[in-house]
Design a protein around this ligand. Structure first.
Ligand SMILES: Cc1cc2nc3c(=O)[nH]c(=O)nc-3n(C[C@H](O)[C@H](O)[C@H](O)COP(=O)(O)O)c2cc1C
Length: 374
C-alpha cells in the first residue's frame, strides 16, 4: 500500500487519532504486504494539508506507537515516510506564520504552481524562498535522521524517502529548481548528493536494507519537469548509486508519462513544458528497471502509478518487477488484498476527489466507512 496523505490528524499538534489505527490495521489484517504510512513532516511546514502528521517530538512517536503496534499485531509491516516539502509551500500558511520557519529549498526559484485552500485567490507556492546555506542543509539532513529515530521509537519497520512530487529532495535533483553552484548543484553527482546524504543519515538509524526511495523521473507536478536528456542522465546515476548502497527498494513511479491531460482529482499533470517532451510511449520502467533488477542486486524494484491488478500480476510473473504498490484503490477497498485473492473486482471511488483530503464532518468519513466485499 503506497503512502497516502489523508489529512486526518489533529491540528496544531499534528498527531494521528484512533481512526488511523482502524484505517491502517484493516488494510494490514487483510494482507497488505507492506504499508507505507502517509508522508510525515520532519519540521514545521507551510503545507496545504494542515492535518498531516509531524514527527518532531517524542509525543508524536507516542501517538504513532499504538498504530504501529496494532498493524504488527495482525501480521503487518509498516514503513515511515519522512517528508519536507521544499519550495512547494507557502510562508503564509498558519504553521509558518506561527513559527517563522523559512521555506527552505536548494535555490530561490519559485514553483509556478500550487493552490492553498487557506489563501484567497491563487497565489501559488511562495516566492519567499530561502536558498539553503550549507549549515541549513546539514541541519535538514539531521532532521531527517532525527524524525526517523523517533519513528524507530514508535516501532516503524523501515523508511521510504519521498524523492518525487516537487518536494525538497526532488528540488535538489532537478535543474528546474536547483541552480546552485556549490557541491549540491550543477553536475548530476552534485544534484544527487543531498538525497544520498539523507540516505546515509537514515542508515545510522535503520539498516540500509530497510530504506526505500520513491522516485518519479517523469514527474510534472509543482513545476518540476525536466528535459528527457536530464532525467535520463540524472536517474541512471541516482539509481546506480542507490543500488550500490544496497538500499532495500527503489519505488519507481510512472507519473508524468500520461498523454498530458489531468486524469483525475489527484493528478494535476499538465502538458510538459516545451523542450521537455518525452519520447512517444515512454515508460521509465524500461530504462531504469534493469538498473535495479539484475542478477546479484540486493535492491528490490517496486513500481507504482495507475497499475491494474492484471498488469501488476503480469509484471511480477514475467520477473520485470518485485513489488507493485497500490495507492488510490486502497482508499475505497479496505479489503483490497482479499478481493484480489478471490478475483472480486475492485470498487472504484464513486464519491469524488474530496475523499482524499476532505473537507469531512468526522475523521472517519470517507476514511473508515468504505464497504468490504469479503
Ligand atoms: C490522496 C493521496 C495522497 C497521497 N499522498 C502521498 C504521500 O504522502 N506520499 C507519497 O509518496 N505518495 C503519495 N501519494 C501517491 C501514492 O502513494 C501513489 O504513488 C499514487 O497514488 C499512484 O498509485 P495509484 O495509481 O495506485 O494510486 C498519494 C496519493 C493519493 C491518491
Amino acid at each position: 500500500m503506497g503512502s497516502m496523505t489523508r489529512n486526518r490528524n489533529t491540528y496544531p499538534s499534528n498527531t494521528p487519532t484512533p481512526s488511523a489505527t482502524q484505517y491502517y490495521t484493516s488494510r494490514a489484517r487483510d494482507g497488505a504486504g507492506l504499508i507505507v504510512a502517509e508522508g510525515t513532516f520532519i519540521c514545521p511546514t507551510g503545507s496545504e494539508w494542515l492535518h498531516c502528521p509531524m514527527m518532531t517530538s517524542p509525543l508524536h512517536a507516542q501517538a504513532w506507537a499504538p498504530i504501529v503496534s496494532s498493524v504488527h499485531s495482525v501480521g503487518g509491516t509498516i514503513y515511515f515516510q519522512p517528508w519536507h516539502e521544499g519550495r512547494a509551500q507557502n510562508d503564509l500558511a498558519p504553521a509558518l506564520k506561527e513559527t517563522g520557519y523559512p521555506v527552505l529549498a536548494p535555490s530561490a526559484v519559485p514553483a509556478k504552481a500550487g493552490k492553498y485552500r487557506f489563501l484567497a485567490g491563487s497565489p501559488g507556492h511562495t516566492a519567499n524562498i530561502t536558498a539553503m546555506s550549507s549549515a541549513q542543509i546539514l541541519e535538514t539532513v539531521g532532521q531527517y535522521r532525527d524524525s526517523c529515530s523517533l519513528a524507530r521509537d514508535a516501532g516503524f519497520d523501515g523508511v521510504e524517502i519521498i524523492a518525487q512530487g516537487g518536494y525538497l529532495v526532488h528540488n535538489f535533483l532537478s535543474t528546474r529548481s536547483n541552480i546552485r553552484t556549490d557541491a549540491y548543484g550543477g553536475s548530476v553527482a552534485n544534484r544527487c548528493a543531498f538525497l544520498l546524504e539523507v540516505v546515509e543519515a537514515i542508515a545510522t538509524v535503520y539498516p540500509v536494507s530497510h530504506i526505500g526511495v520513491k522516485i518519479a523521473p517523469c514527474d510534472n507536478v509543482a513545476d518540476i519537469a525536466c528535459s528527457y536528456a536530464e532525467l535520463s542522465e540524472t536517474y541512471a546515476y541516482l539509481v546506480r548509486e542507490l543500488v550500490r548502497r544496497k538500499i532495500g527498494f527503489v519505488n519507481l513511479s510512472r507519473r508524468g508519462c500520461e498523454s498530458g491531460e489531468a486524469n483525475d482529482d489527484f493528478s494535476d499533470a499538465t502538458r510538459r513544458p516545451e523542450g521537455m517532451e518525452l519520447p512517444r510511449g515512454y515508460d521509465p520502467l524500461e530504462e531504469f528497471g534493469p538498473l535495479v533488477k539484475f542478477e546479484g542486486s540486493e535492491t528490490k524494484l517496486m513500481v507504482n502509478y495507475g497499475y491494474t491488478v492484471e498488469e501488476a500480476e503480469a509484471l511480477v510473473q514475467r520477473g520485470r518487477v518485485d513489488l507493485v504498490s497500490f495507492g488510490r484503490p486502497f482508499i475505497c477497498n479496505p479489503d483490497l488484498v482479499e478481493r484480489v485473492r478471490n478475483r472480486i473486482p475492485l470498487a472504484s471511488n464513486d464519491r469524488g476527489g474530496s475523499v482524499n483530503y476532505g473537507p469531512y464532518k468526522s475523521v472517519d468519513e470517507n476514511y473508515n466507512d468504505w464497504p468490504m466485499a469479503t
